[in-house]
Design a protein around this ligand. Structure first.
Ligand code: G4P
Length: 526
């Protein structure tokens, strides 16, 4: 197979949802269809049970397990599918944002009873920033839920994307009878059997009397009415608009009952994009280029303090990756060889000799060589963009409690930040270090890991901040004037960029209106 053939058959994506909508269940069913697993229940849930939220060691254990399921690769027909798993717990949302930089498309799972929830909304914002193509799966149709038209309206409004149903439910909850597949024209009848794919009634057109036989006259005429309305209201499915991230096809089903999942998968492999060109700072890199390049989007640390080692996850952007070939680690300028890169096929990790664009390889790293965002190439000095940091939600001063160990603390903080555990800002006024996170759990993780992996002790001190904004201006004087006025609230991020720490939304709004020549950004990529 040529490199182009390998690229064309790859589908690299993530499934995202608000916790509990059914991401794990859907992932597992997709693996069942791919023949990657044979029984339901084989995928260890990466979801953190609600009861365990205060017990983050338990969460880390689960995250440890989840290394194996971080990437699930399998063949489906002629396609090679790579599903990138994302943490279910919202305190690790930053991990999910970064994973989204390594996918070519996403499937969003929405609970039919709950509709669009907070986490879904935020993740969709990240997809929108990158114009990532999105397919939506409305799940749990076997339960009582909302009217599907209401759900479509809500998806459009809340996720700010045009939608187009490609399947349609026949009733819902206890009366749920099946799904009409608009894309392929056929009805799948629902049998609430948790392990079996149900029966399909092929029909020629909507007047086919077999519909009435299958679901009864009342539901058949409701279906015809609904579809009339859909055809009238929603434009034809436009694949180009989907590829540009402007239109989301919507499927209905029940992941738990393996219902509507195959339809989703079959349509997905057909319409979802294969790896596309990626922008580096220097130029656009096409996947078909002969020379290998890729970037680190995730670093997974080993929680065992006796073996301080990590796995760096590299997304291949171009060319062919080969084991034991020397590659340039652009940031350090060093040439590195990887003797045991791993590929992830379903649940197994195995040493891989070759990998292609769209694939993810895991590179064991015991020396802390890798940082999130690092680029590997065959010699060219490329820097991949698109790994933004977002303004954290919570901030605390980090203080050293053991003066003898300040070096260890420095090193620990630096390495944990390189791994992307949280963000560090250094206040320029008093030199104090501020750690910003998206959730309380990360503070606990950091404190524990600093102690157990670096022998450094720290404590947290409160600081009341609303947002961290990266600031810039074309007018150097205006920038300086701002920094002088706000000197107590000016910090630099890890890369030395100016960050304004606003302590309230009012202060931020005032700053924006007082300094019109400044631009305030809520993510580090602008
Ligand atoms: P998540 O990864 O998005 O957090 O969700 P997950 O798949 O773990 O699903 C959350 C809960 O919803 C699970 O129940 C799961 O069985 C259930 N579920 C998923 N899909 C469907 C569906 O189509 N219909 C119905 N009725 N339920 C569905 P749980 O009781 O929280 O967990 P478990 O004990 O069953 O694992």
């Amino acid at each position: 197979m040529t490199l182009t053939d390998e690229i064309k058959r790859r589908r690299t994506f993530a499934i995202i949802s608000h916790p509990d909508a059914g991401k794990t269940t859907l992932t597992e069913k997709l693996l069942l269809f791919g023949g990657a697993i044979h029984v339901a229940g084989a995928v260890k849930s990466n979801k953190i049970k609600k009861t365990a939220t205060s017990d983050w060691m338990e969460i880390e254990k689960q995250r440890g397990i989840s290394v194996a399921t971080s990437v699930m690769g399998f063949d489906y027909g002629d396609y090679k599918i790579n599903i990138l798993d994302t943490p279910g717990h919202q305190d690790f949302a930053e991990d999910t944002y970064r994973t989204l930089t390594a996918v070519d498309s996403v499937i969003i799972v929405v609970d039919v009873a709950k509709g669009v929830e907070q986490q879904t909304r935020r993740l969709m914002e990240v997809c929108r920033m990158r114009n990532t193509p999105v397919i939506i799966f409305v799940n749990k149709l076997d339960r009582e839920g909302r009217d599907p038209f209401d759900i479509l309206d809500e998806l459009e409004q809340e996720l700010k994307i045009a939608v187009r149903p490609l399947s349609w439910p026949i009733n819902i909850g206890a009366k749920f009878k099946g799904v009409y597949n608009i894309y392929e024209k056929g009805i799948d009848l629902f049998t609430p059997d948790k392990q079996r794919v149900s029966e399909r009634v092929e029909i020629d057109d909507l007047n086919d009397p077999r519909i009435d036989e299958a679901v009864g006259e009342t539901d058949a005429s409701k279906l015809r009415e609904d579809l009339d309305l859909i055809e009238g209201v929603y434009p034809e499915f436009d694949r180009e608009a989907y590829s540009r991230g402007e239109l989301a096809p919507v499927f209905f089903g029940s992941a738990l009952n393996t219902f509507g999942v195959k339809e989703l998968l079959d349509c997905f492999v057909e319409i979802a994009p294969c790896p596309s060109p990626v922008s580096a700072e220097e130029r656009e890199v096409r996947p078909e280029e002969e020379k290998f390049s890729g970037f680190v989007f995730k670093i997974h640390a080993n929680m065992d303090p006796n073996h301080r080692s990590c796995i760096a996850f590299v997304k291949i952007c171009s060319g062919t990756f080969m084991r034991n070939e020397p590659y340039l680690h652009v940031r350090s300028g060093k040439s590195l060889k990887f003797a045991s890169p791993t590929a992830f096929m379903a649940q197994k990790k195995s040493i891989v000799d070759v990998a292609y664009p769209g694939d993810i390889v895991g590179i064991p790293d015991s020396g802390g060589s890798f940082k999130i965002g690092d680029t590997l190439t065959q010699g060219e000095k490329l820097h991949y963009r698109g790994l933004p940091s977002f303004s954290p939600e919570m901030f605390k001063y980090i203080e050293n409690t053991d003066p003898m160990k300040s070096k260890q603390l420095e090193k620990g903080i630096q390495q944990l930040m390189d791994e992307g555990v949280a963000q560090l800002f250094t206040n320029q006024f008093n030199g104090r270090k501020i750690i910003g996170t998206v959730g309380q759990l990360q503070f606990e993780v950091i404190q524990y890991r600093l102690l157990h992996e670096y022998g450094a002790q720290c404590r947290w001190e409160p600081i009341s901040l609303y947002k961290a904004c990266w600031i810039e201006s074309d007018d150097a004087d205006a920038l300086e004037a701002f920094k002088r006025r706000k000197h107590q609230f000016m910090a630099v991020d890890r890369d030395g960029r100016d960050v304004f720490l606003a302590d309230s939304s009012y202060v931020l709004t005032m700053a924006q209106s007082d300094f019109p020549k400044l631009r305030f950004h809520f993510s580090s990529e602008f």
